[in-house]
Design a protein around this ligand. Structure first.
Ligand SMILES: NC(=O)c1ccc[n+]([C@@H]2O[C@H](COP(=O)([O-])OP(=O)(O)OC[C@H]3O[C@@H](n4cnc5c(N)ncnc54)[C@H](OP(=O)(O)O)[C@@H]3O)[C@@H](O)[C@H]2O)c1
Length: 244
């Protein structure tokens, strides 16, 4: 069974990704601070199906110094790590001039530093196996430009730059590195958006609707599949044509 770490796997996009990968036969290790009932139910459903598995590991990814130990523990418990989906992230809305410095620092730590450091340690396992897949969950905001999401956009644009360079660095070892850029998806992160905001995004999208968590999960599943063996360094946008 392939071992795949999905950060932020307890709810929202991460939960959809974890469920889809486990349903496809992977052993998913969902990392988040708190386990949710939804994740427990997903794990039970996977167990009943007799295919794949979902495990929860509680960890605060802003504890950068603890990441090395986290990865060592997972390797010891589950064996070689095949996949890493860097999905955990914080969305922070607000005018830059009004943001607290500490909040900006926390955002960068979770959205950018943690995925880079996590990839560093997981890569060591992948390099031994000469196989592996890394998928970074970015955002259309990384390239689009959205007032009120400046610091968040900086963290996501950084992930895309990281993806492209790391793809070059580890390609010869049989490891692929890609990003997925979701458009607006209804999760806890976006609960503050009004019905009017949602309708406006739908109206402006090419397909006149929103993408859902299952669409992001399908993109990640593809990038981790054999079918994507020759795909690396890309950013796959999944936004129902919001940026088309
Ligand atoms: N929703 C959208 O419209 C959208 C659009 C583009 C990109 N994205 C990106 O997609 C990813 C998932 O977003 P989402 O909408 O699913 O968000 P969400 O519903 O808020 O879920 C965030 C996940 O990250 C975990 N997390 C948060 N802080 C953490 C920490 N310090 N340590 C470990 N885990 C932590 C959360 O669990 P705990 O709180 O229990 O730790 C949760 O599992 C994010 O990277 C986001 O930027 C989302």
């Amino acid at each position: 069974m392939r071992n795949v770490i999905v950060t932020g796997g307890s709810r929202g996009l991460g939960l959809a990704i974890a469920s889809a990968l486990a349903a496809g036969g992977d052993r998913v290790i969902a990392v988040a601070r708190t386990e949710t009932d939804e994740l427990r139910s997903a794990a039970q459903e996977v167990e009943r199906s007799g295919r794949g598995a979902v495990h929860f590991r509680g960890f605060d990814l802003t504890d950068i110094d603890g990441i090395r130990g986290l990865v060592a523990g997972l390797r010891k418990q589950f064996g070689a790590l095949y996949g890493l989906v860097n999905n955990a992230g914080l969305g922070m809305h607000g005018l830059l001039s009004m943001m607290r410095d500490g909040d900006i620092e926390r955002l960068v730590r979770l959205n950018t530093v943690a995925p880079v450091v996590l990839a560093k340690y997981v890569l060591r396992s992948m390099m031994v196996e000469r196989a592996g897949r890394i998928v970074n969950v970015a955002s259309i905001v990384a390239s689009g430009g959205y007032s009120g999401l400046t610091a968040y956009a900086a963290t996501k644009a950084a992930l895309i730059g990281f993806t492209r360079s790391l793809a070059r660095e580890v390609g010869s070892l049989g490891i692929t590195v890609n990003a997925v850029a979701p458009g607006f998806i209804e999760t806890e992160m976006t609960r503050e958006l009004t019905q009017a905001d949602r309708e406006r995004i739908e109206r402006r999208s090419a397909l006149k609707r929103l993408a859902g968590p299952e669409d992001i999960a399908a993109a990640v599943e593809y990038l981790l599949s054999e079918k994507a063996r020759n795909v690396t360094g890309i950013t796959l946008t999944v936004d129902a044509g919001s940026t088309a």
